[in-house]
Ligand binder design. Sequence first.
Ligand SMILES: CC(C)(COP(=O)(O)OP(=O)(O)OC[C@H]1O[C@@H](n2cnc3c(N)ncnc32)[C@H](O)[C@@H]1OP(=O)(O)O)[C@@H](O)C(=O)NCCC(=O)NCCS
Length: 159
Amino acid sequence: MGNINIELVPMTRELCHGLFREWENDPDIYSDMSLFKPFIYTEEYADKYFDSKQKPNRKMMVIMLEDKPIGEIQLKQIDYDKKECTLSIHMQNDSYKGKGYGTTAEKLAVEYAFSELGMTAVNADTIIKNKRSQHILEKMGFKFLKEEDGFRFFRIEKE
Ligand SMILES: CC(C)(COP(=O)(O)OP(=O)(O)OC[C@H]1O[C@@H](n2cnc3c(N)ncnc32)[C@H](O)[C@@H]1OP(=O)(O)O)[C@@H](O)C(=O)NCCC(=O)NCCS
């Protein structure tokens, strides 16, 4: 993973459009596949998405490979009193999956949560069938907590 040259930058409206222009929905995040539809980009969708995520308890970041947005990673439900938040990630499309970018981005986001946001724990959840995501979380040192309502819950504590 040492040579993976990605960085996380704050999401901007322009990057949000860039991300969604080449976006593909991934079946791994749909427990009910009857809800799965191929993604179709519209300017309106990207604007609405960007606006809806501007919240003080959320950091939206873009995974950048040189000057190209290749995925989105968020720290959400940031609780500055409890010092914990929840991680979420989605790469732009299949051409950026399976190359180590997701693992590296998740490590960077957790590091950021601990060192910049002052968190002491980061939570994550995945639907049961999303084995790829569960594998990465466990590889990074997240501990499996429980399975409930179709989700598997994980957590990593600052050392
Ligand atoms: C999950 C996601 C962010 C991971 O990013 P990525 O760049 O594809 O992942 P990486 O290449 O860093 O690592 C993939 C790992 O999963 C493993 N893997 C792949 N398919 C797997 C499967 N079906 N079961 C178990 N492990 C699997 C790979 O072997 C690799 O592990 P390794 O490095 O130990 O060999 C990306 O695939 C994605 O955007 N998926 C769709 C959205 C999503 O699932 N988001 C998470 C919601 S909880």
